[in-house]
Design a protein around this ligand. Structure first.
Ligand code: GL4
Length: 797
């Protein structure tokens, strides 16, 4: 079965015209870009329906196990281009629109990004959904239909300002509202015992209503469902109050309910501890589990079979209430005994850990948990008591400690498998944060190194390179990315190396044009494009990159006639609104950019670009145009990274530390094709033992002293000279992520990069080797790993 079989250009043309006429109610002479985009989207969506239905049919027939991926975040990005790519309709649609005088790219860019996530964790979930469909793994994604996704970022005088995101201000052509699929979600109230059963009398309730989005896989052979929950009031609008003039009170139940799915929390790797967040986590988890049980019971009547038919993945601890909630539903609603309910829940559940940063490990006060979810608090205490008595563990391994519920421990205890997201991260989990639990539950922790989908990240975002790949190694690499290894046999072919270089240059020209239009800057496409795009976080060390930029600028100014390699430094990323240090870093990057970009002495050799509002669509532009990928986190801090993989696939070389998946990238592409610097995770640990590590490192580094001196003197903030004194002070006295200690190594490595770039042909050779070694980082490989090692599911292809 293949969706493409009966899609002729003529039928698609007719479909688009019909949607324009009958769905949008416009004739061609009056249709706006929006109208065309909607008509094209509905038409492409129509074509997904058939494989979507067929996949559902096959799944029911097979009676196999289904996967349920629970995530508070799905960072999807735009959908139309991706769907057309998967269905092979790109050229057909382009031709149809050309005939109407409409540009396909304009249509594509009219679509808002679905930004229901913060960064890597949410984007990983989106790549996984796509891979599960490509692999015909029967699966559902479950998430929240946030009305407002991640905030829009703008810069005002260089500072980040957050604006609300409003992707749902217009109809979403990819979703199907399912008013019939709705569940009651209870909150608060109290629990009573009756006939040996616990009865939870909730004080508040909301409905979770399903909104389904089909997720189509490569070549339209399979489509799974992303089911997002929207919150709706259980109480009707209060007409009596309205009629008596109290309009606000009349709408209160609705307002209360809707706040639940109103906004995505903008914290990446920090937990916020807010009641609304806890409610969101429970809202998603309960709705998903009720839906899973309803589906299961429509096919089977023996709940003990649940672990044979259902695999639930908890994406981080955010849905970790799944343990107690599944036990609650099995006991209180379906009448099972505690032991059975707990065994079944444990058999279904798995947990992925995405970070070791202590500030990200969620805890909830028992007071809040007990107030919002009184029944769950009881269940958690019983799970905890059994966990402690069965394992005889130390008190610091308890789920409840110091009046707080530790969600990582809860997730761990209630999971069959717990996985890390890169080899290094998994090792560190076993050695550090989860060492104790690993001792009492040995072999529960396994590794599944992250991956990314090459359909979106190469085929869609880099057509120029995609053509070179297909011309060189033949078609089909998109769904069998290990085939990229075949490129290695063409390393000595000058034409192939040139073609890779030409594709990169083409993308750099396109990016330069875009930057020209957006920011009024004119970039030199022959300069090295050096890119760091990711959330702004101290551990990711954007600061180190800016320091290097300043060092470079000073060095060029001191010797403008020197043999310099021209560079364009590109930054992109948002800071959590409450993370003030990160926001200062943004301000600082913009101030440095302003100073450097206005210097005529260095203008041809160094430029700094920081486009506002980095998102998935911007990543799709930047990554194909990148020569050098900055992956410079303090070793041991970045669990995996996934941007690093996207750059490698697109032929960028990496300058990086031995952190997260960088370690494996370097192994796969070859150490000689990777610019390594900095301390290892073990050396980082030792370095922290040196109390004045920063001061010592700065005193040993003249370049760093000079840079800090310039900043302290106000060179980058002439109207407010003291602006960055706190930053300089923090460098000397704290430097929690060891920027100073790694700086000289980074500087030396950057000099090596400069030299390498001067030999364009050799650089292209290194790019080729990076692409050839990147096959391992397809999310298809990752998902096959989950299917085999965690879910025990089979592909229905
Ligand atoms: C993250 C990690 O920081 C990142 O390294 C990883 O690639 C990603 C997906 O596993 O998960 N953890 C959190 S929290 N946010 C992330 O992006």
């Amino acid at each position: 079965m293949n969706a493409l079989n009966d899609v002729s250009p003529q039928s698609l043309r007719t479909r688009i015209t019909k949607h324009l006429t009958y769905t949008l109610g416009k004739d061609k002479s009056h249709a706006s870009l929006y109208d065309w985009r909607m008509a094209v989207s509905y038409s492409v969506r129509d074509i997904v329906i058939e494989p979507w239905f067929a996949a559902t049919r096959k799944t029911y027939e097979a009676q196999g196990k289904r996967v349920y991926y629970l995530s508070l975040e799905f960072l999807i990005g735009r959908i139309l281009g991706d769907a057309m790519t998967s269905l092979g309709l790109f050229d057909t649609v382009r031709e149809i629109l050309d005939d109407e005088g409409i540009s396909l790219w304009d249509v594509i860019e009219d679509e808002p990004d679905a930004a229901l996530g913060n960064g890597g964790l949410g984007r990983l979930a989106a790549c996984f959904l796509e891979s599960m469909s490509t692999l015909a793994c029967p699966a559902y994604g479950y998430g929240i239909r946030y009305e407002h996704g991640l905030f829009r970022q703008k810069f005002e005088n260089g500072s980040q300002v957050e604006l609300p995101e409003d992707w749902l201000n217009q109809p979403n052509p990819w979703e199907f509202e399912r008013p019939e699929s709705r569940y009651t979600i209870p909150f608060k109230g109290h629990v009573e015992q009756a006939d040996g059963k616990s009865v939870w009398y909730a004080a508040e309730t909301v409905y979770a209503r399903a909104y389904d989005m089909p997720v189509v896989g490569w070549q339209g052979k399979w489509a799974n469902t992303l089911r997002l929950w929207g919150a709706h009031p259980t109480e009707m609008f209060d007409l009596e109050r309205f009629n008596s003039g109290d309009y606000t009170a009349a709408a209160a139940p609705e307002a209360l309910a809707r706040t639940l799915s109103r906004v995505l929390y903008p914290e990446d790797t920090t937990e916020s501890g807010k009641e609304l967040r806890l409610k969101q986590e429970y809202f998603l988890t309960s709705a998903a589990l009720q839906d899973i049980l309803r589906r299961f019971l429509s096919e089977y009547d023996d709940l003990s079979l649940l672990p044979d038919k259902v695999a639930i993945q908890m994406n981080d601890t955010h849905p970790a209430l799944a343990g107690p909630e599944l036990i609650r539903l099995l006991m209180d609603v379906h009448g099972l005994a505690w032991e059975d309910a707990k065994r079944i829940a444990l058999g279904c559940l798995n947990y992925t850990n995405h970070t070791l940063l202590p500030e990200a490990l969620e805890t909830w006060s028992t007071w809040l948990m007990g107030r919002v979810l009184p029944r769950h608090m009881q269940i958690i205490e019983r799970i905890d008591a059994e966990h402690q008595s069965e394992t005889n563990c130390a008190p610091d391994l308890a789920i409840v400690q110091h009046d707080h519920v530790h969600m990582g421990t809860l997730a761990f205890v209630m999971a069959s498998h717990v996985n890390g997201v890169s080899a290094l991260h998994t090792d560190l989990m076993k050695e550090t944060v989860f060492a104790g639990l690993n001792g009492v539950y040995p072999s529960r922790i396994i590794n599944q190194t992250n991956g990314v989908t090459p359909r979106r990240w190469v085929r869609l975002s880099n057509p120029a390179l995609s053509k070179v790949l297909t011309d060189t190694i033949g078609a089909g690499w998109e769904s069998d990315l290990d085939r990229l290894a075949d490129l290695a046999a063409h390393e000595e072919d000058h034409d192939v190396r040139d073609a890779i270089g030409a594709a990169k240059r083409h993308n750099k020209v396109a990016l330069s044009n875009w930057v020209g239009e957006k920011m009024g800057m004119s970039l030199n496409p022959d300069a090295m494009f050096d890119v760091q795009i990711k959330r702004i976080h101290e551990y990711k060390r954007q600061l180190m990159n800016v320091f290097e930029t300043i060092a470079r600028w000073s060095a060029i100014r001191a010797n403008p006639q020197g043999d310099w390699t021209p560079r364009v430094k590109i930054f992109g990323g948002k800071a959590a609104p409450g993370y003030f240090v990160a926001k200062d870093i943004i301000h600082f990057i913009n101030d440095v950019a302003k100073t450097i970009n206005n210097d005529p002495v260095t203008a041809d050799l160094l430029q700094v670009v920081y486009p506002a509002n980095y998102n998935v669509s911007m990543a799709q532009r930047l990554i194909p145009a990148t020569d050098l990928s900055e992956q410079i986190s303090t070793a041991g801090k970045e669990a995996s990274g996934t941007g690093n993989m996207k750059f490698t696939m697109n032929g960028a070389l990496t300058i990086g530390t031995l952190d997260g998946a960088n370690v494996e990238i370097r192994e796969h592409v070859g150490a000689e094709n990777f610019f390594l610097f900095g301390m290892t995770a073990a050396q980082v640990q030792d370095r922290y033992q040196v109390t004045d590590h920063a001061r010592q490192a700065i005193l040993a580094s003249q370049p760093l002293q000079d840079i800090l001196q310039m900043i302290a003197e106000g060179r980058f903030s002439p109207t407010d000279k003291g602006r960055y004194l706190p930053l300089v002070d923090a460098m000397w006295n704290h430097d929690p992520f060891l920027v100073a200690s790694d700086f000289d190594s980074y500087l030396a490595c950057q000099a090596q990069v400069d030299r390498a770039y001067t030999d364009a042909d050799q650089w292209n050779r290194l790019a080729l080797r990076n692409i050839a070694g990147s096959g391992f980082f397809s999310s298809d490989r990752t998902i096959k790993g989950y299917m085999a090692d965690i879910w025990d599911t089979k592909s229905l292809a």
